[in-house]
Ligand binder design. Structure first.
Ligand code: F6R
Length: 241
């Protein structure tokens, strides 16, 4: 694992955005794996700016998001469909048909999960996967205890994850209890992975990810086994290393 500790969040976003520029300039039809949450918002702002400056063309790019809630509509203000639209998609020239986010409203959720993995495989696999990390070490919505061989699946969200994500909703009661998430195996298939973490509340999870044993108790620790995983941290998230 390559670990980069930055002085500022902006420096983190610059480093991560350069990886996108390098990839898309050499492979215009790159397949990107995207995350939601607070962590990648600054990165997405950089990507939007690079696009505006004519340095990033998304016209042939395909994206796959990690996860989506079950039980709220795609139009809901807190859905990950809305998040991606508001933070990236509406500002760049990514064709609508190239955007993939699990459908948490699908009639048959099991079938939706199978179709999602198949679609990633049919696209040729993910070239660059962006990850955040939960305070409990989750990646995507793979909560502690998720087997490493899990593919895209239906997840019951941890109470702590629902509490952390309740900041986006009016109250914790509104936070869905279930989600669809790419599995750890699906994530580990990506050619390159960048995990970003900002803030002291991620320090323990980061310590366990990098220095702890590789264990499903800390899902992100699996990245120790990935040949091209980079962890980009601010000083606070790196404070326990
Ligand atoms: C989001 C996702 C989650 C988040 C994680 C950190 O698509 O898969 O694993 O990356 O919960 O969230 P933030 O960035 O809000 O701290």
């Amino acid at each position: 694992m390559n670990v980069i500790v930055c002085n500022t969040a902006d420096e983190m976003d610059v480093i991560a955005s350069k990886e996108f520029v390098d990839l898309i300039s050499t492979k215009p039809n790159a397949i990107l794996g995207l995350a939601t949450g607070s962590t990648p918002i600054g990165l997405y702002k950089k990507l939007v700016q690079l696009h505006k400056d004519d340095k990033l063309d998304f016209s042939k790019v395909t994206t796959f998001n990690l996860d989506e809630y079950v039980g709220i509509s795609q139009e809901h203000a807190c859905s990950y469909h809305t998040f991606m639209h508001e933070n990236l998609f509406k500002y760049v020239n990514l064709p609508k048909e190239n955007i993939n986010i699990p459908d948490g409203q699908a009639k048959n959720l099991e079938e939706e999960c199978k179709k999602y993995d198949q679609k990633i495989e049919d696209a040729g696999g993910i070239d660059l996967q962006i990850l955040g990390i939960g305070r409990n070490g989750h990646i995507g919505f793979n909560e502690p205890g998720t087997p490493f061989d899990a593919v895209t699946h239906i997840v019951t969200l941890d109470q702590g994850t629902r509490e952390a994500n309740s900041r986006f909703f009016n109250s914790i009661d509104e936070v869905p209890t279930k989600a669809l998430s790419m599995g750890i195996k699906s994530i580990m298939h990506a050619q390159n992975i960048i995990l970003m973490a900002k803030g002291a509340d991620k320090a323990e999870a980061i310590y366990n990810t990098i220095n702890g044993p590789v264990t499903p108790v800390v899902p992100a620790s699996v990245l120790q086994l990935h040949p091209n995983a980079t962890i980009i941290l601010d000083k606070e998230a790196a404070s326990r290393l």
